[in-house]
Ligand binder design. Structure first.
Ligand code: NOJ
Length: 514
C-alpha cells in the first residue's frame, strides 16, 4: 500500500463548482491551484478530483470522450500538470477519477465499434449478435448504429459498457474474459493509468470499479481477477500509486488490489444510518444517528457492518469514510452544525482514510428540486458552487450570475461561507481544522490496525492508548472505563468531561482521552 496514504486526509473536488479563475462561470484547474493553501489549511493533504477529461458532459464527465485529453473548460494539460506540481510542492497528493466500466458514446473507440465493417474496436464494447436479440437481462440500446446488434449499457444511455468478457459466457456474443478483444480492453485501461501516473498524478479513484464483468460474476471473482492483473502490474511499476474503489465491499475490492474502498450506502450498509436515515429529505422523518432530534437513531448496524468489514480487511487495506460525495445529498440541512461537528469528530478519528466533500466543511446545504444539470438529477443539489464569501457569486466566479455552472445557494450565504467562518473560532470550518489537527498530532490515529469498539451506546471506541466517545443524542450519557486513564483530555466538543474513571457525555458531546 502507498505509504503516503497512512496519514492522508482527502478533500474531494467537483471541479466545475470549486473556483473559477478565468471568469467564465465554471471552475477550473487554475482555480484549484489558487485554493491549495486553503485546502492544506483544513488539514487535508490529498485531493480527489472528479473527472476532468474531454467529455460531452451528459454525466458530469463520467462519460469520457478522450481519456488522455483534458476538458477544455477546465484549462490546458499544462494547467493540470502545474496543479500536480503545486500540490507536490506543498507535500500533498492528488488522485484523478478513472472510469473503466464505460466511455461516452462519443468516444472514438465507440465510433469505430458501431461500424458495420469489423475493425480493431468491434469488440471493445459488448454487442449482441443481432438487433432484436435483447440484452440477456442487461440494459441495452438497439437501433442506433449501422452495425447489426444492440450494445450493453453500464449506466446512462450515453455510457456503453466496455468489454472485459464474461466469467461464464452463455451466448455467442458473450466472450470469455481471456478473449484477445477483452484483454485489449484491459490493456487500454492499464495504458491510461500509466499515462497519467507518468504525468505526475498520485493515483485514482475508480468509478464503478465492481462493474467490469456482467452477469453471473460470482462474488465478483471475474472482476477481481481483472483488477488483480491490472493493479498488480501498476503497483509493481508505481509502488506509491494509490487506488480507491467505488465498490462498497472492501472484502472484495481489497483482495482485488485496491488500497482502499469507499463505504457507501449500497448493499444496505449501515453507513446511511449515521447521517442520511430518511426516505425523503424534504420533510420526511429523519432518524439519522447523528441527528440530535432523531426519535430512534442508532449506530448499531453501522458499527456491526463496519467492524465486520474492518476485521476482514485489517492489515490489507483501508476503508474510506466519506462525509458525502457528488452523488449523495449533503449532510445539511438535515443535520445542524453541532450535529455535523460530532459527525466529523467521529469520522476523522476512525481508522482508514477519511474524505471531506468540498463545502461540507462549512456546512453547505443540499438543495431540493434543482433542475438537473449534466445528468445530475437529484444529485444536482449537492454540486452547487463553493461558497467562499458573502458576495454576489459567493466569491466563486466573476462571471454574470446567470453564466454560472449552477446558481449559488444564497439562502444562508451570510453564515455559510469560508470568509465569515474563518473569523469565528467556533465555526464548523475552524472546528474541522481542530479535528484534523488532532488526528495529525496523534500517530495512533493513523494506525489502521488498532481499533477496538468498547460500547455501542454511548459510542465508545479505542485507538491504541486513546479512548474516544461520542454522544450525538439529545440525552446525557456516561461511560465507565475499565482502567482509570492518565486523565489527559486530548480533545473535546460540547461539555464532555472525565471524572475519575467515568466519561461524562452530556447531550451533543465528544471526548478523546488518554
Ligand atoms: C458513479 C459516479 O460517482 C456517478 O457520479 C456517475 O454518474 C456514475 N458512477 C456513472 O459513471
Amino acid at each position: 500500500m502507498a505509504q503516503w496514504l497512512k496519514n492522508a486526509i482527502f478533500y474531494e473536488i467537483y471541479p466545475q463548482s470549486f473556483y473559477d479563475s478565468n471568469g467564465d462561470g465554471i471552475g477550473d484547474f487554475n482555480g484549484i491551484t489558487k485554493k491549495l493553501d486553503y485546502i492544506k489549511s483544513l488539514g487535508c493533504n490529498a485531493i480527489w478530483m472528479n473527472p476532468c477529461y474531454d467529455s460531452p458532459f451528459k454525466d458530469a464527465g463520467y462519460d469520457v470522450r478522450d481519456y488522455k485529453k483534458v476538458a477544455e473548460r477546465y484549462g490546458t494539460e499544462q494547467d493540470l500538470l502545474n496543479l500536480f506540481s503545486e500540490v507536490h510542492k506543498r507535500d500533498m497528493h492528488i488522485i484523478l477519477d478513472l472510469v473503466p466500466g464505460h466511455t461516452s458514446e462519443e468516444h472514438a473507440w465507440f465510433t469505430e465499434s458501431k461500424k458495420a465493417e469489423r475493425n480493431e474496436y468491434s469488440d471493445r464494447y459488448i454487442w449482441t449478435s443481432w438487433w432484436l436479440e435483447g440484452g440477456d437481462g442487461l440494459n441495452f440500446v438497439a437501433g442506433e448504429s449501422p452495425r447489426d446488434g444492440a450494445y450493453i449499457l453500464n449506466f446512462f444511455k450515453c455510457q456503453p459498457a466496455l468489454n472485459y468478457g464474461f466469467l461464464k459466457p452463455e451466448k455467442p456474443w458473450q466472450k470469455p474474459m481471456d478473449d484477445p478483444a477483452c484483454l485489449a480492453t484491459r490493456e487500454a485501461i492499464y495504458d491510461i493509468i500509466c499515462f497519467w501516473l507518468d504525468k505526475g498524478c498520485d493515483g485514482f479513484r475508480v468509478d464503478m470499479a465492481d462493474s467490469l464483468i456482467k452477469r453471473d460474476d460470482e462474488n465478483k471473482s471475474g472482476t477481481i481477477k481483472v483488477w488483480q492483473d491490472i493493479l498488480g502490474r501498476v503497483h509493481r511499476k508505481y509502488p506509491e500509486a494509490a487506488f480507491v474503489s467505488e465498490w462498497g465491499r472492501p472484502e472484495q475490492s481489497i483482495p482485488a488490489g485496491f488500497d482502499m474502498d469507499f463505504l457507501l450506502d449500497w448493499w444496505g450498509s449501515g453507513y446511511k444510518l449515521l447521517a442520511r436515515e430518511y426516505s425523503d429529505h424534504n420533510g420526511g422523518e429523519d432518524n439519522s444517528y447523528f441527528r440530535k432530534g432523531a426519535k430512534s437513531g442508532s449506530a448499531e448496524k453501522f458499527l456491526k457492518d463496519y467492524m465486520d468489514l474492518y476485521e476482514k480487511t485489517k492489515g490489507k487495506g483501508a476503508i474510506a469514510l466519506i462525509t458525502g460525495n457528488h452523488d449523495t445529498p449533503r449532510l445539511q440541512p438535515n443535520l445542524d452544525n453541532d450535529d455535523v461537528k460530532l459527525f466529523f469528530a467521529f469520522f476523522f478519528t476512525m481508522p482508514g482514510t477519511p474524505f471531506m466533500y468540498y463545502g461540507d466543511e462549512i456546512g453547505m446545504h443540499y438543495i431540493d428540486n434543482m433542475p438537473t444539470k449534466e445528468g445530475g438529477y437529484s444529485r444536482t443539489g449537492t454540486r452547487t458552487p463553493m461558497q467562499w464569501s458573502n458576495t454576489e457569486n459567493a466569491g466563486f466566479s466573476t462571471a454574470e450570475g446567470n453564466k454560472l455552472y449552477l446558481p449559488v445557494d444564497k439562502r444562508n450565504l451570510a453564515e455559510i461561507n469560508v470568509e465569515t467562518q474563518e473569523q469565528d473560532d467556533n465555526s464548523l470550518l475552524n472546528t474541522f481544522r481542530k479535528i484534523t489537527a488532532f488526528r495529525h498530532s496523534e500517530p495512533e490515529l493513523n494506525d489502521y490496525e488498532n481499533l477496538e469498539l468498547l460500547s455501542h451506546e454511548p459510542l465508545v471506541y479505542k485507538r491504541g492508548s486513546i479512548v474516544m466517545a461520542v454522544n450525538p443524542t439529545g440525552v446525557d450519557k456516561k461511560y465507565k472505563l475499565n482502567n482509570k486513564p492518565a486523565g489527559n483530555v486530548l480533545f473535546s466538543l460540547g461539555d464532555a468531561s472525565l471524572e475519575n474513571d467515568e466519561i461524562m457525555l452530556p447531550a451533543g458531546s465528544y471526548i478523546a482521552v488518554r
